[in-house]
Write a protein that binds this ligand. Structure first.
Ligand code: AMP
Ligand code: ZN
Length: 664
């Protein structure tokens, strides 16, 4: 291909990827499968690796940059980023509107009411259509340059459809679902929990390693167009629709001159906030006319033209009927309060987490107590405090059981630890179940479409005892389960097989070694390119790695010493799961570059999409039909007519084993 041809091919590919990122991350309505999307990315990565001089900073491959930063640069904001005045009820809103009417000398004006997302604000700067900077608000005058992390947010365009200079403000946030997932992992890893999605988002955007930020599933909702050169904008609603047109995700909003309607919206969303996939802590009401806004100006703290309607606190008093224990993946016994059911901001609450015994003591919670509970984020609610005035003397202290409530194993608390654990590591069914759920979870092996209900059935029927058994499941076996149709059984098998090709660091994380979160797993995979090598590592070796301290090292060594763990790993290996560390750029195999592959029949160790991906990563091409230009036909089980045709044309035919040999 000529240089010019290549450049235009790259641009085509990038535009296609941008479009599909937009469909997926902004509109939430993808047109192609994840695998097809990954293929586009892989193709672009391959072309760029071959032609590094043609990489542009706005390429979709450049979202996750390289090395961790030593620190963040400070950014002085051109315009101060203010906070908002609050209203807590209808009369607060009416007072706000009346104040505006008085200052404007008119009641004929529009307001815009929009969601107040509970995240942190960021300001994005584009030059000639290219994202050049992302900064946090900081103290309003000076923020931090978090460009590298902002670029990992895939609902943010790196390149605009127009070559314009632009400044956009928006809220960086994490969805409730991703927040719950992050906290679940942190709990299992013994790390401190984030109190709410906002803290999780703030913690993630301030990660010095953009690869970690990229894993946190951050989003951005744009709410203010600060500067636009193409037209003079006089309406906020118009600015929001311009932002939508430029490819940004924009808050829900409504424009109206009616104060009653503003109030109705606030009341309505107070009831419906739980239906949203992200946290909102209220609504913001703004004057629509941007010229009027300028006249109104701001006080030292906040603009006069806007007000935040804040939801009432989500707190209620109820009774602790009992304190019950659940057993986690690492055997941790986590107490939680069984509550007399109470309505809290749109949902019924009957459980509250108590974290651990120290927490129960610190809060002084007894069984039978009246307590104030609150909802923080989407996780189970928590006890704020005991209402001691309501004590009758009939309350009783909680006692940590000496035996595991699930398996009867001995319960111990290690020196200096807050957590009590069931010591029956190999035999405890609760630990095993949680371990499997962790293994299949999104940041681990990401086995889609397999969830707790299916795992429980498989365990109950004795079809699996650990995660290695998943890889032995057959479709026929699955069909014997309740509500399992042919198609879904096939999908489960496919999803499990697809996970075989996951990178080593995911597998290390999936094993569920205590204190080994996804970041540590990545570091380990870079130092130990296979699980066998990691299994032999000594503590001295491990602590020599910068990111690994003695606690993590000890935990890794003892994990691999445990006989049961060794058996499960051996079983995995027998079932064909033994990934090795593959540095991204060295995957290409010179002898396969440009070779054309065609597939027919099913492969047992991975899905078709995954097999294609591997061919593309190795530098080959995949086409749908056989021709005399085809180099290889990969024939799996039950091959179709392509096999005959390949034989006629003299195309090289590979079975699965030969295909794998060729790739490795
Ligand atoms: P506060 O921190 O309560 O004073 O509220 C001001 C903050 O609300 C801003 O700094 C933004 O981070 C955030 N915010 C969320 N959604 C919006 C919105 N739609 N318009 C303006 N600010 C918003
Ligand atoms: Zn147990």
């Amino acid at each position: 291909m000529s240089q010019q041809g290549l450049t235009s091919r790259l641009e085509q590919l990038r535009d296609k990827i941008r479009y599909h990122e937009y469909r997926y991350f902004v509109l939430d309505s993808p047109e192609i499968s994840d695998a097809e999307f990954d293929q586009l990315i892989k193709e672009l990565q391959r072309l760029e690796a071959q032609n590094p001089q043609l990489i542009t900073p706005d390429s979709p491959t450049q979202r996750v940059g390289g090395e961790p930063l030593p620190g963040f640069r400070k950014v002085e904001h051109k315009r101060q980023m203010l906070s908002l005045d609050n209203a807590f009820n209808a009369s607060g809103i009416i007072n706000f509107a009346n104040r505006i009417y008085r200052l404007a000398g008119s009641e004929q004006l529009d307001f815009v009411v929009e969601h107040k997302i509970d995240g942190l604000s960021a300001i994005l700067t584009y030059q000639a259509g290219i994202l050049i900077q992302g900064a946090t608000r900081g103290n309003g005058l000076i923020g931090e340059d978090v460009t590298e992390n902002i670029k990992t947010i895939r609902s943010i365009p790196l390149k605009l459809p127009e070559r314009i200079d632009l400044e956009v403000r928006g809220e960086v946030y994490i969805s409730k679902k991703d927040f719950a997932e992050i906290n679940r992992e942190r709990l299992e890893a013994g790390e401190a929990l984030f109190a709410n999605p906002r803290n999780a988002a703030a913690g993630s955007i301030r990660q010095l390693d953009p690869r970690i930020a990229a894993e946190r599933s951050l989003s951005l909702m744009a709410y203010q167009l600060v500067h636009y050169e193409r037209e003079e904008i006089t309406s906020h609603a118009r600015a929001l629709s311009l932002l939508e047109g430029l490819g940004f995700k924009v808050n829900w909003y409504r424009k109206t001159p009616l104060v009653d309607e503003l109030i109705a919206c606030c009341q309505d969303w107070t009831k419906r906030r739980d239906d949203l996939p992200f946290e909102i802590d209220g609504l913001v009401i703004k004057v629509d006319d941007l010229n009027l806004r300028r006249e109104l100006g701001s006080t030292a703290k906040s603009p006069r033209w806007a007000i935040a309607y804040k939801f009432p606190a989500q707190q209620k008093v109820t009774i602790v009927e009992d304190i019950i224990i659940s057993v986690g993946r690492t055997g941790a016994l986590t107490p939680s309060a069984r509550l007399k059911p109470v309505q809290l901001a749109g949902s019924t609450v009957s459980r509250a987490t108590l974290h651990n015994l120290d927490e129960i003591k610190r809060k002084g919670v007894k069984i039978g107590d009246s307590v104030l509970v609150q909802k923080a984020g989407d996780v189970i609610p928590e006890v704020v405090k005991v209402i001691t005035d309501k004590r009758t003397g009939a309350e009783s202290d909680f006692v940590m059981p000496e035996q595991c409530p699930v398996c009867g194993g001995e319960v111990l608390r290690e020196e200096g630890e807050a957590v009590f654990r069931c010591t029956n590591i190999t035999g405890c069914p609760a630990q095993r179940r949680e371990g499997i759920l962790h293994f299949i979870s999104r940041n681990a092996m990401n086995i889609e479409g397999v969830g707790p209900a299916l795992i429980d059935q498989l365990l109950a029927k004795g079809m699996i005892t650990d995660f290695a058994d998943l890889y032995r499941l057959k479709k026929d076996e699955l069909l014997s389960l309740e509500r399992m149709a042919d198609k879904s059984a096939g999908n489960v098998i496919k999803a499990i097989a697809a996970s075989k090709g996951r990178p080593l660091h995911r597998l290390i994380f999936a094993l569920g070694i205590r204190h080994v979160g996804s970041g540590v797993a990545r570091v380990l995979s870079q130092n130990y390119p296979s699980l066998d090598l990691l299994a032999e590592a000594t503590s001295e070796e491990l602590v020599a790695i910068e990111e690994i301290g003695p606690v993590i090292a000890a935990s890794i060594v003892s994990f691999f010493k445990e006989r049961n763990n060794r058996e499960v790993i051996a079983k995995m290996k027998k079932n064909g799961i033994m990934p090795e560390f593959r540095p991204e750029k060295e995957q290409e195999k010179p002898e396969l570059v440009g070779k054309r592959f065609v597939f027919t029949g099913g492969l047992s160790s991975y899905s078709r999409a995954e097999a294609k991906e591997r061919v593309i990563a190795a530098g080959g091409k995949v086409t749908a039909n056989i021709s005399k230009n085809t180099d290889y036909l990969v024939a799996g089980e039950n091959p179709g007519s392509k096999l005959v045709k390949a034989q006629q044309l003299g195309v090289l035919i590979l079975d699965q084993k030969k295909f794998e040999e060729l790739l490795t």
